[in-house]
Design a protein around this ligand. Sequence first.
Ligand code: UD1
Length: 430
Amino acid sequence: MDRYVILGGPTLQGEVQIGGAKNAALAILAAAVMTNDPVRIENVPAVTDVNVLLKAMEQIGVKIERPDRHTVVIDGSKIESNIINDEYLKRIRASYYLVGALLGKNRQAQVPLPGGCNIGVRAIDQHIKGFSALGAKVRIQHGCISAEAKELRGNHIFLDKVSVGATINIMMASTLATGKTIIENAAKEPHVVDLANFLNSCGANIKGAGTDVIRIKGVERLHGTEYAIIPDQIEAGTYMLASAACHGDVLVRGVIPRHLECITAKLCEIGCHITEYDDAVRVSAPEPLTSTQVKTLPYPGFPTDMQPQITVALGLAQGTSIVTEGIFENRFKYVDELVRMGASIKVEGNMAVITGVPRYSGASITAPDLRAGAALVIAALAAEGETIVEDTRFIERGYEDFELKLKGLGARIEKVSSDRELQKARLKLA
Ligand code: UD1
């Protein structure tokens, strides 16, 4: 099992290039099976969640080529089965996008029930409500979700809760339904818009993505396309927060600054200097940061996927900060590890009360989930002494070349896979 060994201390300086958005890629790669023509998708991040999804797609007969590290060509013309048995797939949340895609295309789908990060109950009632409203019979049996329909008909669907996944799934299935679908109270995240743009480039008729009402006129078939995934808002935000926590000066390149506004606003509040360019954001951070209050909300609110990273930065800010988790009910599990590094944080229900400390101190810690893992690495970079982050697999689900990009900013971090390598890395880092 790989580990990161990190010697905290140096400020981060320099430039970092952001890759394609993982969450957009997962939706778009799944949606690409909906046409029988080849689809070329560029700017796909090289992260393990993407590999897991592609592997599962291959198992049902989807032909996949990867002409280079960030390009995937998908040919869904020879799908042999709409039933996916891949046990591994249930480890990623986005597995259920294949339900929307296959139900839309072939009127039948079955996939193992999704897993993903362990951050609380992750209900799928809104997905089921949406599929059922389109006329599908949906069943949860033997750890799988299956959906089947003789005919899919557009409908007016009001989501009881803003859900990225349900919005995406309903959008996919209804694209190839008969008639018009309206999704009210839809999610507005950038990757929802990216999926709509992708599907429209394949001949779909989707309007309103990015607002809370999405209108879809069903079409008979989709055609092939070439499409580039948007930059990853969360990867970018992670490096911005790393710069803040380490009192760095980092230019985060290849981003859409508008997607980062909720993050830049908070960084300004805690005393960081932000300069926005056309496709880059520079974050320079003074010492010390100042406290603030944060509540995670659906886009354009502060993203839940950035909650652990900002908590880590606020743990080093002067005064008392409050972070409220508004999306998932169990997303503060990493706080125990942070407290072991010297943080002063009390969690009550969905709220963390943080009293800033001047420094963290290195420790041996475990990443409980993807974003918390990245946040703990940030804490380690800002800490005095050595930190070992056990098990890098969670982080690699969503961050491409994490340690290499951090090294490029001057961080002292190595990935090691044995005790021998650990000893060598220690000599290198000292
Ligand atoms: C997606 C992202 C994830 C991010 C989350 C919120 C992907 C692959 N994952 O997850 O990184 O943290 O959006 O921005 O894109 N809910 C229900 N019923 C449902 C569906 C959701 O009650 O049918 C609840 C969930 O339990 C959660 C909230 O709605 O409390 C938001 O979930 P949702 O937006 O669906 O998140 P995901 O799509 O799973």
